[in-house]
Design a protein around this ligand. Structure first.
Ligand code: ADP
Ligand code: PHD
Length: 431
């Protein structure tokens, strides 16, 4: 039965990483296998900066950034293929030239559309190089354009999948020839053929979409950590790996800020009972963490999720009216229209508090719109701490010596908002 593997930017960041990817895949001879790949390293950020240069009318900056993208990708091709580089280098050159052409063609369009026509090239470039490298190493591979598989609406930068149309396209893939398929994460296209993106870090979700439509046996997401932990192991010095957890628990962890998995990834897998394993691409012997139907180990240890660079908005009706449902509906409607997610929402009699990512391009218009009709106070530079399955003692210990600016708690999740200046660089989960 079909397997889907997903490799993120870190696992294809340079020639050495791509070579390692080839060795890894050579250990998995079973077919069918669909391999979903993100853009190399931080290419998506570089493409966002390219777009910003173009849209702020900085042609020299734009040109420098385009040439840096060309140089970096060609250097990878050169390092991988050496004397055999020419045909792949030509394809990379063609993609960079196409990126330049497309960008110019769409420069007058609204930003989200322009964004998607530009930023999709990160994944097109990485998969072109990876597919060619795998073929070169003797692994029969075929490059597939995800824009011909994943059909979405035209909500650019946050496109929604048309599941029926996508399933039909994916079903038409003939995977029986024993060739591995390499395709892009993060991107899709409208029925008219315009490129779309699924939201930043959306390649995990792409793997889940394809697995769902293929009725795959399993999905493996290869990461730079051994698995899913009860806290980010880079930020919490005593984080422990969760070997088995349920879809439901993993969805909650991802929703509350476990950035190791894109939050949308799990629902399409849960619907088809397809297990997801998070494994280390560095340590191939490590068993990883499996997310599936087995809920026996959920909540055995408390989990801590940190959301940084947060802003707290406290919104009050100017006439001291109640923060009733109509008011909340109005405010949350504006939040949705701004494309923002509130990690914490708390209503009082005459106040609604929202804790949001401090994403200036989206936050500023929202604050301006709210300030037209409400009294708004704002505080930046905050850290939201989300705890699952924590008891009173743990919550008290986590809050010690810090001002709690907002909080919420239900049966399994507690949230506390602290000034980032009072938070440590490395956290420790109290015993
Ligand atoms: N609960 C968690 N368990 C494991 N890793 C986590 C967790 N929360 C955050 N992370 C972070 O997620 C990172 C891997 O995700 P990401 O960088 O998005 O991978 P990729 O770009 O390869 O998809 C790890 O390096 C780790 O710092
Ligand atoms: N390249 C896209 C999509 C993605 O998911 O990347 P990664 O798998 O490296 O997080 C991004 O950076 O947003």
């Amino acid at each position: 039965m079909t397997q889907v593997f997903k490799f993120g930017g870190a696992s294809v960041r340079d020639a050495e990483a791509i070579r390692h990817l080839g060795h890894l895949l050579a250990r998995f001879p079973e077919r069918p296998l669909v391999v979903v790949v993100s853009a190399m390293g931080k290419t998506t950020n570089a493409l966002e900066a390219l777009l910003a240069a173009a849209r702020s009318n900085a042609p020299a900056d734009y040109r420098d950034r385009l040439e840096a993208l060309r140089r970096d990708h060609l250097a990878t091709v050169e390092a991988l293929f050496g004397e055999r580089a020419e045909p792949v280098a030509r394809r990379v050159e063609a993609l960079i030239n196409e990126l330049d052409r497309r960008h110019r063609a769409h420069a007058e369009r609204e930003r989200p559309f322009h964004y998607d026509q530009t930023v999709c090239f990160g994944e097109l470039l990485s998969t072109t190089i990876v597919a060619a490298w795998l073929e070169d190493t003797g692994l029969a591979s075929e490059w597939c354009d995800a824009r011909e598989l994943i059909v979405t609406d035209g909500d650019h930068q946050a496109a929604s999948v048309d599941w029926a149309a996508t399933a039909e396209r994916v079903r038409s893939l003939d995977l029986a020839d024993g060739r591995l398929r390499v395709t892009q994460g993060f991107i899709g296209a409208t029925p008219e053929g315009n490129s779309t993106t699924l939201g930043r870090e959306g390649s995990d979700y792409s793997a889940a979409i394809l697995a769902h439509c293929l009725g795959a046996e399993a999905v493996t997401i290869w990461k730079d950590v051994p698995g899913l932990f009860n806290a980010d192991p880079r930020r919490v010095d005593n984080a422990v790996q969760l070997e088995t957890i349920s879809y439901h628990e993993a969805i909650a962890l991802a929703w509350h800020g476990a950035t190791v998995i894109h939050p949308k990834t799990l629902a399409p897998l849960q619907q088809r009972a397809i297990p997801l394993t998070v494994r280390s691409f560095q340590d191939l012997e490590a068993p990883g963490s499996t997310i599936g139907e087995d809920a026996r180990h959920d909540g055995e240890v408390p989990a801590l999720m940190l959301c940084e660079e947060q802003t707290l908005l406290e919104i009050r009706p100017r006439d001291f009216a109640f923060m009733d449902e109509a008011c909340q509906h109005d405010i949350l409607g504006r939040l949705v229209a701004a494309g923002l997610h509130a990690g914490l929402i708390d209503a009082g009699a005459t106040r609604l508090s929202l804790c949001l990512d401090s994403h200036p391009a989206r936050l500023e218009p929202l604050v301006a719109s709210l300030a037209d009709d409400y009294a708004v106070t704002r505080r930046d530079g905050l850290t939201l701490v989300n705890v699952r399955h924590g008891d009173d003692a743990l919550l008290r210990a986590l809050g010690e010596g810090r001002d709690c600016l907002a909080e919420r708690r239900n049966t399994d999740t507690a949230q506390r908002l602290f000034p980032a200046s009072q938070c440590p660089a490395t956290w420790h989960l109290p015993d």
